[in-house]
Design a protein around this ligand. Structure first.
Ligand code: 5GP
Length: 221
């Protein structure tokens, strides 16, 4: 059963909820992509932000699903036109979050999930602090991280080595996040992530409809 919460906007009701930006960061291989997919299954009303990147497509990845794959020139144009909410260079490639879809979803009171690195999380925190909840995923051990990168088998040995050498840098950012999950096993990590989203949705300032709801209660309705 999915976890669409009771404070989701019901069609036709004069209630509204402020959209939430849920940011997930981790070193590559800590299970963030798997956790994102599982969280989206649990919360079908959550929408994943699809980033643009200049990184080459990996086997099995689809343009417009996993990323919008663009060349450096297109990325530069988007940046100049201020079409990106945040951007960063990660492992030698550019990544960025298109602003328009996110703004539209938040305006509708919908929640958006971001799989971005610490640089992007910092930029979103500055731009959108109140709408943001950030989660850092840690691997249980370095050995496990390397194993996961190798078994993913989508990257060359050289890329795996490069990602491992960056892992400690990325891990050092853990203390900048609101929540931290150690991914010992995917079931527990998922249930912790679900708990975070549920609690964040219930934060009073996000439940804008409460003002009218409580007024009706006080009027005896
Ligand atoms: P990958 O190439 O493995 O898909 O992603 C590499 C890293 O880039 C991951 O840590 C991922 O979270 C991050 N990333 C993906 N999209 C974005 C984005 O739009 N902005 C930022 N800042 N980082 C991103």
């Amino acid at each position: 059963m999915n976890k669409q919460t009771s404070n989701t906007i019901a069609p036709g009701e004069d209630i509204s909820r402020r959209g939430l930006m849920l940011v997930l960061s981790s070193p590559s291989g800590a299970g963030k992509t798997t956790l994102s997919r599982l969280l989206l299954d649990e919360f079908p009303d959550l929408t994943m932000s699809i980033s643009v990147t200049t990184r080459p497509k990996r086997p099995g990845e689809q343009d417009g699903v996993d990323y919008f794959f663009v060349n450096a020139e297109t990325f530069g144009q988007m940046l100049n036109k201020q079409e990106l909410l945040e951007h960063a260079k990660v492992f030698g490639h550019y990544y960025g979050t298109p602003a328009a879809p996110v703004e539209a979803l938040l305006k509708e009171g919908r929640d958006v999930l971001f799989d971005i690195d610490w640089q992007g999380a910092q930029q979103l925190e500055h731009a959108k602090g109140a709408d943001l909840a950030s989660v850092f995923i840690l691997p249980p051990t370095t050995k496990e991280l390397e194993q996961r990168l190798k078994t993913r088998a989508q990257d060359s040995n050289e890329v795996v080595a490069q990602r491992m050498s960056k892992a400690s840098d990325e891990i050092s950012r853990w203390s900048e996040y609101d929540y931290v999950i150690v991914n010992h096993n995917i079931e527990d990590a998922l249930s912790e992530l679900c708990a975070i989203l549920t609690a964040e949705r219930l934060k009073r300032p996000r439940q804008l409809y409460l003002v009218n709801f409580v007024k009706r209660l006080q009027d005896g309705q």
